[in-house]
Design a protein around this ligand. Structure first.
Ligand code: IMP
Ligand code: MG
Length: 179
């Protein structure tokens, strides 16, 4: 399918927002040791930029999860492809996500980490599409709320492409007769 990508959130706005989020996380967790768990692959770019701005002792880990279901439909049943390496018992965790859509993935991962004995599980997401929510889950730290549009860049993909764009862009499908 032919499509183009329109800038939705510029590189400069993302950089500014990350500094704000980092400052807020730092203020809220003074004197604490935190474990940041990035959900592969979408969160990688956001997580790297974010943790560099936080002046607290931070450990990092990653999880890879995939939701069952065909195409764009999420079912809420999540398969863990890569578990965390740390023992998170009694630890304070941050799940880092690129975007919250239905919320099903995050809900599953949050419950999974609590089941492993985590003391606290915070959520930090670059983007949030609140209109699409299917389960009641809120992110403690949100970069940008966006409308119900499909976006790519800054970690987010469309068929694994465009993750390295330095901005968040909206995917615009093009009609055949426009080409
Ligand atoms: P959820 O379980 O429905 O909240 O799924 C969230 C996941 O869906 C994200 O981690 C992304 O991988 C993917 N996703 C949701 N919306 C978009 C989008 O607009 N662009 C790219 N990936 C998306
Ligand atoms: Mg993802």
């Amino acid at each position: 399918m032919e499509y183009s990508i329109e800038v939705m959130i510029s590189k400069e706005r993302i950089e500014k927002k990350i500094k704000e989020l980092a400052a807020q996380i730092e203020r809220d967790h003074k004197g604490k040791e935190l474990i940041f768990i990035g959900l592969l692959k979408g969160s990688v770019i956001f997580m790297c930029d974010l943790i560099k701005e936080i002046k607290l002792p931070i450990f990092i880990d990653f999880m890879s999860v995939s939701s069952y279901g065909s195409g764009t439909k999420t079912t809420g049943i999540v398969k863990i492809l890569k578990d965390i390496d740390f023992d998170v018992k009694d630890k304070e965790l941050f799940i880092v996500e690129d975007i919250i859509d239905s919320g099903l993935t995050l809900k599953y991962v949050k419950d999974f980490l609590f089941a492993k004995g985590a003391a606290k599980v915070h959520i930090c997401t670059l983007l949030d599409k609140p209109q699409r929510r299917k389960v009641d889950i809120k992110s403690d730290y949100v970069g940008f709320e966006i409308p119900d549009e499909f976006v790519v860049g800054y970690g987010l993909d469309y068929a694994q492409k465009h993750r390295n764009l330095p901005y968040v862009g909206k995917v615009v499908l093009r009609m055949k007769n426009e080409l």
